[in-house]
Design a protein around this ligand. Structure first.
Ligand code: MG
Length: 160
């Protein structure tokens, strides 16, 4: 078995009048995330982690925010497009760990749904997907509710 590890990070500004989408799940919230696509910071971090594992660049070069094709794009579709790339043939997810940092809302009630949504994209058991949530202790932009950030790390594996 061959293993490759990848890491991803993303941050989006919190703005009114946008849905809050994390891991492909729309979460009830009075504000959402600003961005060219659906601004799903968690899926963006995960996509960058997958690309990083195989040294295939980053989400910004795959899906430039200057390209009108990706305006309002469903980030789950973007990740699926990466996973369907011929260069990922034979690779499967070993496991994925992720962290969302935000003051609000509390993510505990949605964690399983988000993990299942991510597992559906990878077509893998939910047990391979970990999601953790933290606050920023009211410090800096995230702590003041101005931004939300996500980290992800993946282990990709392939038979020899
Ligand atoms: Mg992003």
């Amino acid at each position: 078995m061959i293993f490759r590890i990848g890491q991803g990070f993303d941050l989006h500004r919190c703005v009114a009048d946008r849905p809050l989408v994390l891991g492909g799940v729309t979460i009830p919230c009075p504000w959402g995330l600003d961005g060219h696509s659906d601004a799903d910071a968690l899926l963006h971090a995960i996509t960058d982690a997958v690309l990083g594992a195989l040294a295939l660049g980053d989400i910004g070069t795959w899906f430039p925010d200057t390209d009108p094709r990706w305006k309002g794009a469903d980030s789950a579709q973007l990740l699926r497009q990466v996973l369907d790339d011929p260069r990922l043939n034979g690779w499967q997810l070993g496991n994925l760990d992720s962290t969302v940092i935000t003051e609000k809302p509390k993510l505990a009630p949605y964690k399983l749904q988000i993990r299942q949504s991510i597992a559906d994209i990878f077509n893998c058991p939910v047990e391979k997907i970990s999601l953790k949530a933290k606050t920023n202790e009211r410090q800096d932009a995230i702590g003041q509710g101005l931004a939300l950030a996500a980290h992800a790390i993946v282990l990709m594996q392939r038979e020899r």
